[in-house]
Design a protein around this ligand. Structure first.
Ligand code: GAR
Length: 216
């Protein structure tokens, strides 16, 4: 079983896509154990409650120091026995203590074709405004591992989306969002498959070692 904690800040349509994928059996070995929001008023919290998923609000503004926030977040993630953290519209930069505690076990959804239109200051509608201002003919969505940079980790899935004549940032955002909902599920599926494959390889290696020792 892969236990997922989802971090959110807003509407939570990507969270909903993962909830729906788990409930229709598209992610057979996964469950969402916790949703953490950086804002108490995020609609994503309502979606989690409707799906009977435990929630926590960990708002940076409520802490005097980032280390206090990291401690509370690590406690919550640990209590939920988290295997994988999904940043689904999480609009804060995660403190390095969290990233170090979950190496290659945190993924982020970004609404552009990384390495374009990403990094500090590029989030939400600003990303799409930047794409339109640059006059790009296409944009897209990316799911990637989170490392200590901003939007710099290894890419797991990326898909292109055309920019259409007369597009507004809102129209482009909606088109990209549809793709995000699909590729976040695809990325989690890939992670589950890789984990299964690694377990099988480890077991095969163990059996081979035991067989070798029995011959000796
Ligand atoms: C999504 O487009 C997501 O890619 C973006 O915020 C939106 C949240 O939507 N995230 C970022 O820009 C992070 N850098 P949602 O709350 O409906 O899932």
């Amino acid at each position: 079983m892969l236990r997922i904690s989802v971090l959110v800040s807003g509407g939570g349509t990507n969270l909903q896509a993962v909830i729906d994928a788990v409930s229709r059996g598209a992610l057979p070995d996964a469950e969402i154990g916790l949703v953490i929001s950086s804002r108490p008023d995020a609609y994503a919290l309502e979606r989690a409650k409707q799906a009977k998923i435990p929630t926590a609000v960990i708002a940076p503004a409520n802490y005097e120091s980032p280390s206090g926030m990291s401690r509370d977040m690590l406690d919550a993630l640990g209590a939920a026995e988290t295997d994988l953290i999904v940043l689904a519209g999480y609009m804060k930069v995660l403190p390095p203590e969290i990233i170090r505690a979950y190496p290659q076990r945190i993924i982020n959804i970004h609404p552009s074709l990384i390495p374009k239109h990403c990094g500090r200051g590029y989030y939400g509608i600003r990303v799409h405004e930047s794409v339109l201002a640059a006059g790009d003919a296409e944009s897209g969505a990316t799911v990637h591992y989170v490392d200590e940079g901003v939007d710099t980790g290894e890419i797991i899935v990326q898909e292109r989306v055309p920019v259409l004549p007369g597009d507004t940032a809102g129209a482009l955002a909606a088109r990209v969002l549809e793709v995000e909902h699909r590729i976040v599920v695809q990325a989690i599926h890939t992670i589950i498959e890789n984990k299964k494959k690694k377990q099988e390889d480890d077991e095969a290696a163990m059996i081979a070692t035991i067989a070798f020792m029995n011959i000796m």
